[in-house]
Design a protein around this ligand. Sequence first.
Ligand SMILES: Nc1ncnc2c1ncn2[C@@H]1O[C@H](COP(=O)(O)OS(=O)(=O)O)[C@@H](OP(=O)(O)O)[C@H]1O
Length: 302
Amino acid sequence: MTEQFITKLDAALDAAKGLSDEELLIACDGMLYPSTFTSLETLQALDSFEARSDDLMVVGYAKSGTNWVVNILKGLARIVSPLHTDEAAEFPYLEFGDPDKYERMKKYQSPRVYVTYRYYNLLPKSVSQNKTKMLVLFRNPKDTAVSLFHFSNNVPSLPNYSSWDEFFPDFMSGKVCCCPYFDYLIDWNKHMEEENVMLITYEELKENTVAGVKKIAEFFGLPVTEENIQSVVSQNTFQSMKKESSTTHGAFGNMLFRKGIIGDWMNYFNEAQNKEMDAKFEECLAGTKLGAKLKYDVYCKN
Ligand SMILES: Nc1ncnc2c1ncn2[C@@H]1O[C@H](COP(=O)(O)OS(=O)(=O)O)[C@@H](OP(=O)(O)O)[C@H]1O
């Protein structure tokens, strides 16, 4: 299963060779997707995806730590359902893969684990119909931007930048995969109070992973013990995921597991960039519940 997943990853990276920046990205419903990982047919077929009430669904902006949280959830899923077949051959991102994947997913045993980068209004209708629970994961904008900058330069399926200074304006104006960071957070901020939505931040999880995973397990109603949580946490530290990454992700592993820390932005942002990002945060999220949860003053100020 994992071999099939790695084959798919390798094929998507390989297919990017020789493509122009324009060819690398597909625009669909105000979002940008890597063309070698998905297609317009897949994105259309996604509307028909049948979400279940017991799915473990993650929503997150790119580079928020979605692979980390998906792996944690897969660990928890295997504990509550030992026969869990694990959708290991599929891309965990709902948006990526071939159009037939949603048919295949109908056969996967509950609880299924997947992640989406989509705006709320672009989710398949079945999500609200079946009251699927959504774990929304965000990371502070400065570290998210730095992570995305490196990822864009390391992954052949995304446009390349000659420098951080060239990337920064594109991040601020939202010309990056998958959509403008601030528009995405403003959109999800409107849904934070819904009972099937729980927010967790990368920083919260990093500072106290055991407490974070406990909250996650409670939110999804997973009957796991303290010991179970402890073992899932220790199997999914950055160091262990990075060490295992060639087995779990092949060549892609090195591109995905970079530093896994809070505050790397301080090595990149100059004074003007800090001012610009601080002002944008103030304009878009200051005074909101989501803004407060991000603890911008703690994680994004010197
Ligand atoms: N276990 C664990 N602990 C802490 N941090 C981790 C972990 N796993 C992945 N990461 C870091 O998360 C960043 C990648 O985020 P995503 O998985 O959302 O990337 S992607 O959007 O799916 O490409 C990327 O962040 P940066 O290191 O800052 O680039 C990864 O290193």
